[in-house]
Design a protein. Structure first.
Length: 594
């Protein structure tokens, strides 16, 4: 397994290097996001022609190689030459200046919604890394990742307000980052990122990703600022229908109906895809239009169908969710229009993926507890969570915690329940919960509560899982750990991961690192194109590049496929570039989820 993961990472690095070097290679715009059934429009004149195409099918969730939801297949795209309006007028130019005066415009050299004072990385987080190289890495990254904490850290890097790497258009780089966020299940973050670019600077690539982000977040209204400009530059079917939907959403249903009729006559769309657009039109003010959605003939879900159905309160059949990848789990968890009861299962899986926090999960169950007519099982879980927080005595609170932990039926479900109970577990005093110390510590650390968890250092048993997690998670201790403590811990697999985490955090002496590597067969000296790229980014102090390369290395469906030597490299690199907290949490997660 270690060899196969190394080959995956190395292959991605080779492909990225070759693509970055091919500067003379012709660029291509993203393909159309629209599903099968949308006819291609009549090509416009060559000077303004886009690239309409039917969207590919989504990969089933069980596929080992994640494919994007229909959609886009992104390619490199240089900023197109400006195309003037067919009838430019001074009034339009004056209006544009009024709507976006010079002082309010955002630069394409610094793009992202999260500044360094708001929790983002520093503006130079990508350093002097080659822009095309970074784009290819992002495009080839198979997401979601097995690590919740690496996903959280990568999301932070992708959302940060950072300098655009040399050789790239800032809008195109934002599109590449947003497309990766969508594949990670981060629909709301992707929408925030695309909207951090001014409308006047949107490129064809960003325009297509913008539509995907709007659909993934079930927000068709987010398409409206781009509709007019999109139709001036191309006639892709999605934007033709978006014009009708946006006309209705701003309160002009009388103008929207003729646009829908015109699209039907032109065979722009048919079947459920046209019906869903009509449904959005019918949701506008004073529409007086009722549309019935029939799912029976539909065999494939995609972004268009998910986004418009969810936005209009139409329930997508469960069988169609089986036709798409796991990124849609995050989209469902983040969609407030989906009923509470239908959101719980995806929300728990999304928490394990890193999309939802402990607080978001607790809020969801709190809403279920306050709602009426909820399924009995969900109401019981919400009641258990309430008891875990506010039970009459310690025995009641601990009993509720056990009930919640045992409710997880899959590895992801078990980890999600640890996340759900993190703050309830933190309310248990060490003297009261000794018998459940390992799970209480794991629960707190799943939500990053490292200092709170350290209260248990004198309670956990030496050599237990809780003890090992606290040794890794300690934010203050730099005292070395002896190899003898490692060799006396748990199973061989956990020993390897514990050793890799400690070595990566600098908690073992050089002699013990060498001894442990030989005794446990952890090949920390492995040298390949991935390790060299990671070492180079670490040496150049590029935290965002390090996070992206760490994700490239960790492309597997679960923690069981992550080799200990790769964990060592990742933890070491993160620590060196100043991401010590992320390094510690990833090392702890490895023990928690094996």
């Amino acid at each position: 397994m270690a060899i196969s993961r190394a080959k995956v990472a190395a292959a991605a690095l080779v492909a990225a290097s070759l693509a970055a070097a091919a500067v003379a290679q012709s660029n291509k715009n993203p393909e159309s996001l629209l599903p099968p059934g949308f006819d291609e429009p009549t090509p416009p004149p060559a000077a303004a022609q886009g690239k309409p195409a039917a969207a590919p099918s989504a990969a089933p969730a069980a596929s080992s190689q994640q494919q994007p939801l229909p959609g886009l297949t992104l390619g490199n795209s240089s900023e197109p030459a400006p195309t003037p309006s067919a009838t430019p007028t001074p009034d339009a130019a004056t209006l544009a200046q009024y709507e976006m005066p010079a002082f309010a415009r955002r630069s394409l050299s610094l793009v992202g919604p999260t500044g360094s004072t708001e929790g983002g990385l520093a503006p130079d987080a990508w350093g002097n890394a080659d822009g095309r190289y970074l784009e290819i890495l992002m495009r080839r990254l198979s997401a979601p990742l097995p690590s919740r904490w690496l996903s959280i850290a990568l999301r932070r890097a992708l959302l940060s307000e950072v300098h655009t790497p040399y050789g790239l258009n800032g809008a195109d780089f934002a599109a590449e980052r947003a497309w990766l966020l969508l594949r990670m299940g981060e629909s709301v973050s992707a929408r925030a990122l695309v909207q951090s670019v001014d409308i006047g600077n949107v490129t064809p690539k960003l325009r297509d990703v913008w539509m995907n982000a709007a659909l993934a977040s079930a927000d068709p209204g987010a398409l409206c600022p781009l509709t007019d400009a999109a139709l001036r530059n191309d006639n892709q079917p999605g934007w033709v229908l978006a014009q009708a939907m946006c006309t209705a959403l701003v309160g002009n249903p009388g103008e929207a109906q003729p646009l829908i009729a015109q699209a039907r006559r032109a065979h722009v769309a048919d079947g459920i895809d046209l019906q869903l657009a009509q449904k959005v039109v019918g949701a506008g003010a004073d529409s007086r239009q009722a549309i019935t959605i029939e799912w029976t003939p539909v065999v494939q879900l995609n972004a268009w169908r998910f986004g418009l159905a969810t936005a209009t309160g139409i329930t997508v059949p469960d069988s169609l969710y089986d036709t798409v990848g796991p990124q849609v789990t995050g989209w469902r968890a983040l969609a407030p229009a989906i009923p509470l009861a239908d959101r719980v299962a995806p929300a728990e899986r999304a928490a394990a993926m890193g999309v939802l926090s402990n607080l978001a999960l607790v809020d969801l169950y709190g809403a279920i507890d306050a709602a009426e007519d909820m399924p009995a099982a969900l109401s019981a879980t919400a009641a258990d969570l309430r008891s875990a927080y506010a039970g009459a005595d310690v025995a009641t609170r601990l009993g509720a915690l056990r009930q919640l932990w045992e409710g997880g039926t899959t590895p992801e479900g078990k980890y999600a329940r640890l996340i759900l109970t993190a703050r309830a577990a933190a309310r248990v005093r060490p003297g009261d919960g000794k018998d459940e110390a390992d799970r209480i510590v794991a629960s707190m650390l799943s939500a990053g509560m490292d200092r709170t968890a350290m209260r248990w250092r004198d309670t956990v048993a030496q050599g237990s899982d809780g003890w090992a997690m606290l040794v890794l998670a300690d934010p203050d201790s730099h005292a070395p750990v002896s190899y003898g403590q490692v060799s006396g811990y748990a199973s061989a697999r956990k020993q390897q991961l514990f050793f890799a985490g400690l070595a990566g955090l600098g908690r073992l002496s050089p002699a013990d690192v060498e001894r442990g590597a030989q005794a446990l067969d952890v090949r920390i000296g492995t040298d390949n194109i991935w390790t060299r790229a990671l070492d180079r980014a670490t040496r150049d102090r590029q935290p965002a590049t390090v996070l992206l390369l760490a994700a490239i290395g960790m492309q597997t469906s679960s923690w069981h496929g992550v080799p200990p030597d790769m964990l060592y490299r990742i933890v070491t690199a993160l620590r060196v570039v100043g991401l010590d907290a992320e390094a510690r949490m990833i090392a702890v997660e490895a023990l928690t989820r094996i």
